[in-house]
Design a protein around this ligand. Structure first.
Ligand SMILES: Nc1ncnc2c1ncn2[C@@H]1O[C@H](COP(=O)(O)OP(=O)(O)O)[C@@H](O)[C@H]1O
Ligand SMILES: O=P(O)(O)OC[C@H](O)CO
Length: 499
């Protein structure tokens, strides 16, 4: 086994980066993780320092290799998966970012989004990009940087600036400034990419005054993007052969490759993605149409429901409300809590799919003098499941496809209480993957397939472990009553925010 080759995934998430080394069985050989700093320069703004992300990535690559005790040449290929939409703009000559990376959650560009809506571009943008107009996507963030950083627009017009999402930034750094590219999945989250003809959309670029020279080349997700320039200072050139946004990578890692298959990743937010096959399905009920992956000369599409607050509501219980010590204990507390009729609507930064209401804020309903800490915790966990049901109902309506199972992953999917409640409230079985790092695994698959590390999907399927199943067993009357209460709570929270 001494000459065994491995794949390495770089998972650049919102709060931490990881390097994970996988073997041919899809098992984790080693992993290293680093958190990096979050900047909140103004209320509702969230920024990262792109150089700090790059430093953290270099560190975890080295740490993972050292801990695994393997030399760099035993890595056959690298995959990059990333927090999506987050926008970096840098000077292509000096390599220096001209502003912090504006993070997907950040609200500083809401006004630009509102202006676009007011000007009547909602349908045009929806039809072309599959997205709803929102500050969530990269387009308004690029415009904001060009409008607000001194000299930026002039430089952009002279062709001196590059834009990239985090994958593009890391690829550019790993190749020492030789490759400026992204993949279809990341491009489809910019609100600038035409998902039908697979090009940057000139009309939208003009609308936002964004020069096309800033934009990266767009390639399939499973593709040889280029070689590392100086991998861990070893001089070894490792090909980067896969790139995908983290939610799409998770879909691939769950092997949800047939139309109608759905996964939900319960991380900071929750992202429900349904594979819809080779044709885009445009939702008229607030779901996003997005590119699932590009492989073997074909582009596969997906419908997505993005929930902004999921696991971060549990962090709020810990760090804001300080009624728990760690996320893990919520499982026992919820199991112990009696039914209560309490609802927590964690709309801390507005509501995502299917509501898309930027002005809603969090709310709690149904408190009595007897409400306990455990019941409050349980209601917060339940909100993750209810938000998922809102999205799933919309997906079923949009596609007319009957949901058979929901595949789950991400930190909060480890909570057995939550997964059982999710199965009950959806009335659909839940399957939790055997490996928790599905996102990294997905991009390892994409990268490995491009270089024949894995020959085909069947070879990959043969390596997949047993999933943990949660079967629904809630009585229909109880389910309907619980969900009706949630719907009233969301409605009331929206009324309060809109007033
Ligand atoms: N047992 C648990 N029950 C509920 N939530 C959990 C549990 N474990 C972790 N979480 C939540 O999951 C999130 C971390 O999941 P992760 O997939 O690492 O997220 P991300 O990739 O977005 O950083 C945190 O918000 C945390 O509060
Ligand atoms: O980094 P995560 O796991 O919170 O994912 C963020 C999403 O990609 C945002 O769209």
């Amino acid at each position: 086994m001494t000459n065994q080759q491995y794949m390495m995934s770089i998972d650049a998430g919102t709060t931490s980066v990881r390097a994970i080394i996988f073997d041919h069985q899809g098992q984790i050989l080693q992993k290293a993780q680093r958190e990096f700093k979050q900047y909140f320069p103004n209320s509702g703004w969230v920024e990262h320092n792109a150089n700090e992300i790059w430093s953290a990535v270099q560190t975890v690559i080295s740490e993972a290799l050292i801990a695994a005790e393997i030399p760099p040449y035993r890595i056959q290929g690298i995959g990059i998966t990333n927090q999506r939409e987050t926008t970096v703009i840098w000077d292509r000559h000096t390599g220096k970012p001209i502003y912090n990376a504006i993070v997907w959650q950040s609200k500083q560009t809401s006004q630009i989004a509102d202006d676009l809506k007011q000007a009547g571009y909602t349908d045009l943008i929806h039809q072309k990009t599959g997205l709803v107009i929102d500050s969530y996507f990269s387009a308004t963030k690029i415009k904001w940087i060009l409008d607000n950083v001194a000299g930026a627009r002039k430089k952009a017009e002279n062709g001196d600036l590059y834009f990239g999402t985090i994958d593009t930034w890391l690829l550019w750094k790993l190749t020492n400034g030789h490759v400026h590219a992204t993949d279809y999945t990341n491009a489809s989250r910019t609100m600038l990419f035409n998902i039908h003809d697979l090009t940057w959309d000139q009309e939208i670029l003009k609308l936002l005054d964004i020069p096309a020279s800033m934009l990266p080349a767009v390639k399939p997700s499973s593709h040889n993007f280029g070689y590392t320039a100086n991998f861990t200072f070893s001089g070894v050139q490792v090909p980067i052969t896969g790139i995908a946004g983290d939610q799409q990578a998770a879909l691939f890692g769950q092997l949800a490759l047939e139309p109608g298959m759905v996964k939900n990743t319960y991380g900071t937010g929750a992202f429900i993605v349904m594979n819809t096959g080779l044709k885009p399905t445009i939702s008229d009920q607030g779901l996003l149409t997005t590119i699932a992956y590009g492989i073997d000369g074909q582009v596969h599409y997906a419908l997505e429901g993005s929930i902004f607050v999921a696991g971060s509501a549990i962090q709020w219980l810990r760090d804001g409300m300080r009624i728990i010590k760690n996320a893990g204990e919520t499982e026992r507390m919820a199991e112990e809590a009696a039914d209560s009729g309490v609802y927590v609507v964690p709309a801390f930064t507005g509501l995502g799919a299917p509501y898309w209401n930027q002005s809603t804020r969090g709310a709690v309903f149904g408190l009595t003098r007897g409400t306990s800490r455990e019941q409050f915790v349980r209601a917060t966990l339940d909100s993750l499941a209810y938000q998922t049901k809102d999205v799933m109902n919309t997906m079923v309506n949009d596609t007319q496809l009957q949901l058979k199972t929901l595949r789950v992953d991400g930190g909060a999917a480890n909570n057995d209480y939550l997964m059982q409640f999710q199965a009950d409230i959806l009335d659909v079985p839940i399957e939790r993957s055997a490996i928790s790092e599905t996102t990294a695994l997905g991009v390892a698959y994409l990268a490995g397939l491009a270089i024949d590390y894995w020959h085909d999907i069947d070879e990959i399927k043969a390596t997949v472990g047993q999933m943990v199943k949660f079967e629904p067993h809630m009585n229909a009357d109880v389910r309907n009553k619980c969900y009706a209460g949630w719907q009233r709570a969301v409605k009331a929270a929206q009324m309060f925010g809109d007033a």
